[in-house]
Design a protein around this ligand. Structure first.
Ligand SMILES: [Ca+2]
Length: 466
C-alpha cells in the first residue's frame, strides 16, 4: 500500500544508503505516515447515535464522519466500565492480563501502552481530557492544553478523551422527553424520559465538539493525512447497560475515516475488540505489531505481545472478517457499591453466551444508593404497582447463572434461550471458547474476582434504595 513502510521498500532504502530519520525510516517515507486522532466518548450507548439508527438523538457531525469513513457494526470493549475499558484500549491487552480489571484500578507496573509503541515509531502521542488510568509510567502521554490540535513537526497521535455524555447530565435543551422512544430494557416513565432527554442533550454537546475537531483538522490542511477514529466507549449509565456484559454494555460505536484508504460510506460486520486498536495503529504507523513487547507475559502465543490483532486489512477492504469470537469480563469490585459480582461472556457475530458465577447475589451499584440519575426511586415505585415494570427491574438486579441470546432477533438480549435444545450445540461451543479464553488469560473466575479488590469509594457500606 502506498505510504506504508513495506519490508521490500525498507531494504531498498537501506541498500541505497539514504539518510534516515528515526528507526531507520527514510525521511520521505516518515513524512507520509498519517496522524491519528482518536476521539473517545464516555458512556455513550452505540444505539444513541444517528448513524447507528437512533431516530431521536441529533449527532450530525458523527454521522458525517460515518458518511466519510467506515462504520463498524460489531465492535466491542471487553468491560463496560471506564478504567478497564480505557486501559485495554490503550494497552492492547485484556483486563485480567494487564491488571486493570476493577473500576478505578491501574495496570501492573511495567505495562506499556500506545504512548510507548507509537513513540518508538516516531510519533508524538498526546492526550486531552479524561485519564482514568495509571500508573503514569505506563501512560506517559503529553497533555494538550486548549482546544486545538497539537503543534508538532512529527506525525501526531492525539487521544481526545471526552467525559461526555457521562452523568451528571445538563438540563434538557432541544429535546422533548415525551416524544422519545425508550429501549425496552428500561422502565418507561416520566423520570426515565427526563433523564434520557438530559443524556441526549449531552450527546449533542459531544457531537458539537466532534464537529469543532473535524473543522480544525480541515483548517490545518491535515485532513487527508489523518486517520480519525470515533468510538463511543461503553453503554450509558441507565440500568441494564454499563456494568453488564450485554451488548448494551459492551458493544461500541466505532467509525474510522482515512481519506483515500478507507472507503467513504462503507460499513463492516467484522468482529473487532478494543484490544485490536493499538496493534492496528502500530501497523498503520509503519510498525510490526508482532514484534511489540507489551511489558507483560501471557500473550496468546505465550510471549509478551498483544492480546489483540491489527484489523488494518478490514479497513482497507482486503478482509471482511476478523475474529470468530469476542469476549467480556466484568467485576463490580472497585465500582464503589455492590462488592464482588463477576460476569463473563463470549459472542460470535450473532449469538451470545453469558455466565454469572455469583448469580445468587442481588446486583447493585452506586446509582441505586443515591438516586443519581433521578430515576431509580421512580423505578422502585413503579415496580411495586406494575408487573411489567417489576419484571424490567428484576432483570437488572437478579440474573440467572447462564444466559444465551440470539442478538440478531433480540438485540436487547431480553429472551434467554439457554434451555432451548435447538441451541445446545452452539451453547457448548461458546462455552468452550469462553473457557479457553479464561485459561489463556489466567482468569480463574470467582477466585480472580475475590483477589481483585480496589478502591471502594465514598459509597461503601451504603444501602441501596429498595
Ligand atoms: Ca465510561
Amino acid at each position: 500500500m502506498k505510504g506504508f513502510i513495506q519490508p521490500t521498500t525498507f531494504m531498498l532504502v537501506i541498500s541505497l544508503g539514504i539518510s534516515f530519520g528515526r528507526q531507520g525510516i527514510a525521511e520521505d517515507e516518515f513524512c507520509e505516515r498519517p496522524n491519528i486522532l482518536l476521539i473517545l466518548a464516555d458512556d455513550l450507548s452505540w444505539f444513541d447515535i444517528g448513524c447507528y439508527g437512533s431516530k431521536d438523538v441529533r449527532t450530525p457531525h458523527i454521522d458525517q464522519l460515518s458518511r466519510e469513513g467506515m462504520r463498524f457494526d460489531l465492535a466491542f470493549t471487553a468491560t463496560a466500565m471506564c478504567a478497564p475499558t480505557r486501559q485495554q484500549l490503550y494497552t492492547g491487552m485484556f483486563p485480567a492480563r494487564n491488571g486493570a480489571m476493577s473500576n478505578h484500578s491501574k495496570v501492573e507496573a511495567g505495562t506499556k501502552s500506545l504512548v510507548h509503541h507509537l513513540g518508538e515509531l516516531g510519533y508524538e502521542v498526546f492526550l486531552r481530557g479524561k485519564t482514568h488510568f495509571g500508573p503514569e509510567a505506563s501512560f506517559p502521554f503529553e497533555r494538550v492544553k486548549g482546544k486545538g490540535l497539537p503543534k508538532t513537526t512529527e506525525p501526531f497521535c492525539l487521544v481526545e478523551a471526552s467525559s461526555k455524555p457521562h452523568n451528571p447530565w445538563p438540563e434538557v435543551e432541544g429535546y422533548d422527553p415525551a416524544t422519545l422512544t425508550l429501549p425496552p430494557y428500561l422502565i418507561d416513565n416520566e423520570e426515565t424520559r427526563i433523564a434520557m432527554a438530559r443524556y441526549f442533550t449531552e450527546i449533542s454537546q459531544l457531537d458539537g465538539r466532534v464537529g469543532e475537531l473535524l473543522k480544525g483538522l480541515e483548517a490545518s490542511g491535515q485532513k487527508d493525512n489523518t486517520v480519525v477514529i470515533f468510538t463511543s466507549e461503553q453503554g450509558s449509565a441507565f440500568f441494564g447497560g454499563k456494568w453488564t456484559c450485554y451488548d448494551r454494555g459492551l458493544k461500541t460505536g466505532f467509525i474510522v475515516r482515512w481519506p483515500g484508504r478507507v472507503e467513504a460510506g462503507s460499513w463492516s460486520n467484522a468482529l473487532i475488540q478494543y484490544v485490536d486498536v493499538v496493534p492496528t495503529l502500530v501497523e498503520l504507523a509503519g510498525g510490526d505489531p508482532a514484534t511489540i513487547d507489551t511489558g507483560r507475559r501471557g500473550a496468546p502465543d505465550g510471549g509478551r505481545g498483544f492480546d489483540g490483532r491489527s484489523f488494518l486489512s478490514v479497513l482497507t477492504g482486503e478482509a471482511q472478517s476478523h475474529h470468530d469470537y469476542v469476549y467480556g469480563v466484568h467485576t463490580m469490585q472497585g465500582a464503589w457499591v455492590g462488592g464482588p459480582y463477576p460476569i463473563r461472556s463470549v459472542r460470535d457475530d450473532r449469538y451470545k453466551y453469558i455466565w454469572n458465577p455469583m448469580y445468587e447475589k442481588r446486583f447493585s451499584n452506586f446509582l441505586m444508593v443515591e438516586d443519581k440519575l433521578n430515576c431509580w426511586v421512580s423505578w422502585v415505585r413503579d415496580a411495586k404497582e406494575d408487573p411489567h415494570a417489576a419484571a424490567v427491574l428484576n432483570r437488572w438486579v437478579q440474573r440467572p447463572e447462564f444466559e444465551f441470546y440470539d442478538t440478531r432477533k433480540d438485540p436487547y438480549e431480553l429472551s434467554n434461550l439457554i434451555d432451548d435444545p435447538l441451541h445446545a450445540e452452539r451453547i457448548a461451543e461458546l462455552k468452550k471458547a469462553l473457557s479457553s479464553w479464561m485459561d489463556q488469560q489466567q482468569d480463574k473466575g470467582i477466585e480472580t474476582e475475590l483477589r481483585n479488590k480496589a478502591y471502594e469509594g465514598p459509597w461503601v457500606g451504603r444501602k441501596v434504595i429498595e
